[in-house]
Design a protein around this ligand. Structure first.
Ligand SMILES: [Zn+2]
Ligand SMILES: [Zn+2]
Length: 376
């Protein structure tokens, strides 16, 4: 196992990079920046307006087909400094019924469920089990009737593909599912990774841009307005013939959801941000994405952020602030319209539309924002 050597040296390098700007103020920052002066009061305001809560969504425990107990899973989450984790065992809220919801150390553990319908459907903020094996619409209705949030899981998974695109009443969809990425598209890498190294660096080789899923998302956004995009770890802690395939520890770093919450870290605050799409999805295994912001601004005033509607006016711009250098692509109504490199950028907004940003790092996908909806 070469894990300690590889990862610790990378970690050290990252630490040095993080500390340098702190020591130097802005001097070292704008090396790769485009056209944004620093410091930026607008961005400061945006950062202070919300608190960032980083967490993992879509996790299975021994209460369905996972191998970890709720306590073991919560301990890994806390060890990794996650603010929250949403457990989603298949067709059961048993962890909730047994009183395991709540803070485990500093990590808020919430319990939803992955319901077997025509496809798999993630339900959050539900109080009772939703019957499995029903058609999509009654399933979705049962989730929303009690004030729940529903997300289509791995929409293009070959075994349970969502074919019924006339669906209504769901909150959002997984735009990335780590288990699908690892097992369907990169099964050879997964096996090699398990046998040879097990390091985070080699696990990041799994990362692919889910082109077809993103295409679907863009189509949904165009057809019906806000549809929240989330990243699912779909972690099971699988063990096969003594091998650990896709352990919780790795998948919890592979894809995380960075929520912008109002006030304290509570169940209500997490579900509020999740329901509104005030979040971005990141592969933190490449580089910690905490601190990233995508906001609509006019001069120094922040008018909105991801998941929010902003009225168009002359001088409106979209700003991206990255915690480290990356390659940014701005999408307007599903089409890439502008590319920038660096750790800051500002894009002029010429009219209404659905604007979202994707960021890559050294060619690998890193960050996907939820859209800012610019209206007339
Ligand atoms: Zn599933
Ligand atoms: Zn699952």
């Amino acid at each position: 196992m070469n894990k300690p050597l590889t990862w610790s040296s990378l970690f050290l390098a990252k630490k040095v990079l993080l500390v340098l700007p702190l020591l130097s103020g802005c001097v070292f920052l704008p090396v790769e920046s485009q056209d944004v002066p620093c410091p930026d009061p607008a961005v400061e305001a945006a950062i202070s307006g919300y608190r960032e809560a980083v967490g993992v969504i879509h996790v299975h425990s021994v209460y369905s087909d996972g191998t970890g107990t709720v306590e073991q899973i919560a301990a890994i989450a806390e060890q990794q400094g996650l603010d929250f984790l949403i457990l989603t065992d298949h067709n059961t809220l048993r962890a909730k019924q047994e009183g395991k919801e709540g803070f485990h150390g500093k990590t808020l553990l919430l319990v939803g469920s992955e319901i077997s319908s025509e496809g798999h459907y993630l339900a959050f903020r539900i109080k009772e089990d939703v019957p499995q094996g029903k058609k999509f619409q009654p399933t979705s209705d049962a989730v929303t009737a009690g004030g729940g949030l529903g997300f289509i899981a791995h929409p293009l998974w070959h075994k349970k593909r969502w074919e019924h695109w006339g669906l209504h009443g769901f909150t959002g969809m997984e735009i990335y599912n780590a288990a699908q990425d690892a097992t369907e598209e990169n099964s050879v890498s997964l096996i090699l990774w398990t046998l040879l190294t097990g390091s985070d660096v080699s696990a990041s080789r799994w990362l692919d841009r889910p082109d077809r899923t993103l295409e679907l998302w863009d189509r949904y956004l165009a057809d019906r307005g806000p549809v929240v995009g989330i990243g699912g770890a779909d972690a099971h802690g699988l063990k096969r013939v003594g091998l650990r395939l896709g352990p919780y520890e790795t998948l919890f770093k592979l894809v995380r959801n960075h929520l912008l919450i109002s006030g304290e870290l509570t169940e209500a605050a997490v579900y509020d941000a999740l329901g509104k799409g005030r979040l971005f999805v990141a592969h933190d295994i490449l580089a910690d994405a905490r601190g990233f912001r995508f906001t609509a601004v006019k001069e120094d005033k922040v008018l909105g952020t991801m998941g929010e509607k902003v009225r168009w006016e002359p001088g409106l711009r979209l700003r991206a602030n990255l915690p480290g250098p990356g390659e940014m692509t701005l999408f307007l109504d599903g089409r890439p319209v502008e590319k920038r490199r660096g750790r800051e950028a500002a894009f002029d907004v010429k009219g209404k539309g659905i604007y979202r940003l994707e960021v890559t790092r050294k060619g690998l996908p890193w960050i996907y924002t939820n859209p800012i909806y610019v209206t007339e």
